[in-house]
Design a binder for this molecule. Sequence first.
Ligand SMILES: Nc1nc2c(ncn2[C@@H]2O[C@H](COP(=O)(O)OP(=O)(O)O)[C@@H](O)[C@H]2O)c(=O)[nH]1
Ligand SMILES: [Mg+2]
Length: 368
Amino acid sequence: MFKKLFGKKKKPDEVVEAVEELVEEIVEPIVQDIVEEQAIEEIVEPVVEQVTETVEVKAEPKKSWFKRLTQGLSKSNNNLVSGIGGIFTKRKLDDDTLEALEDILIQADLGTETAVRICEGLAATSYDKEIEPEEIRQLLNKEITQILEPVAKPLVIDASIKPFIILMTGVNGAGKTTTIGKMAQKFQAEGKKVMLAAGDTFRAAAVEQLAIWGERAGVPVVTAPQGSDAASLAFEAIAKAREQDIDILLIDTAGRLQNRTELMDELEKIVRVIRKQDATAPHASLLVLDATTGQNAVNQAQIFAEKVDISGLVMTKLDGTAKGGILVAIAAKFGLPVHYIGVGESIDDLEPFDAAEFADALTQTNLQ
Ligand SMILES: Nc1nc2c(ncn2[C@@H]2O[C@H](COP(=O)(O)OP(=O)(O)O)[C@@H](O)[C@H]2O)c(=O)[nH]1
Ligand SMILES: [Mg+2]
């Protein structure tokens, strides 16, 4: 009989509902046979309450980051939601409303191509029909999920490669160093031996910052004095990682956009030198993009992908931006895997990217 409860994965409120049903169907009749009705309140109800509490507490971690994402994206989704609400109250889906919707989607940073595609999709199914704002948001959610699903891929660490070398790239301030700290903590918690290399040798503060993250996550950090050659440091870090039987080596890099050529030359050099140690490295080259920079993030993806073989993306700062839709534009344009999203500045604020959840948060639909 508990198959109903535990047979398949259920959402917390469904579990609570199932427990309540079971109690009503099975427990209450039995108890009623032996005790007074008043006793049901005293015996059965506290148990239901306890179960409810436990289920809710267990669900809390996911809920809290999802809430942060939803709240963070509130500036993005408020514009979308009120915009859609404004157009579609008792209106048909016709050329005018479609055009207005397209504008809203473009303003929400979803990108022109995506906006056009979404509107075409809507027109194909619902043209000339009266449509509620809620329905539009549901359809929008479906379209966005479809765009995001192919790119929502976890970062796979091949355990047969040791050390598995991850190169972190991105412009200054994107969140590389912070993301490295967060990833180090995640890998460490999975029982992996992690090492960090402070490849942003340009600024002393950057090396210090990575050292602090290393301490927080409890992992060793290979550093070199300010101004040292980043490629040599990466080379040395790989040798050290081998000596210490490290599973995953995360290499930080500098991100000086003011001199693009120099930065890109340096990145290329790092990759070249890393390959002298391991011809198959880096095993992942992640580009970190700051969601709050909107359209700029698209340009950055373009520039970096031209120079480095970017294998995946991390999008940071989704906890407080009006430009969250940019993730959809980037997914549609580049098709690069999105591994993680950053939803805050603390060590736990990194989440695997989930297409459906992101679409829910952005369109304010299916919220629990
Ligand atoms: N709110 C928020 N801030 C972030 C996130 N990721 C990074 N930051 C902040 O962005 C700033 C730049 O991050 P940093 O890791 O130094 O960027 P880097 O120059 O690419 O290494 C720091 O103040 C971080 O705390 C995030 O997901 N959310
Ligand atoms: Mg940094």
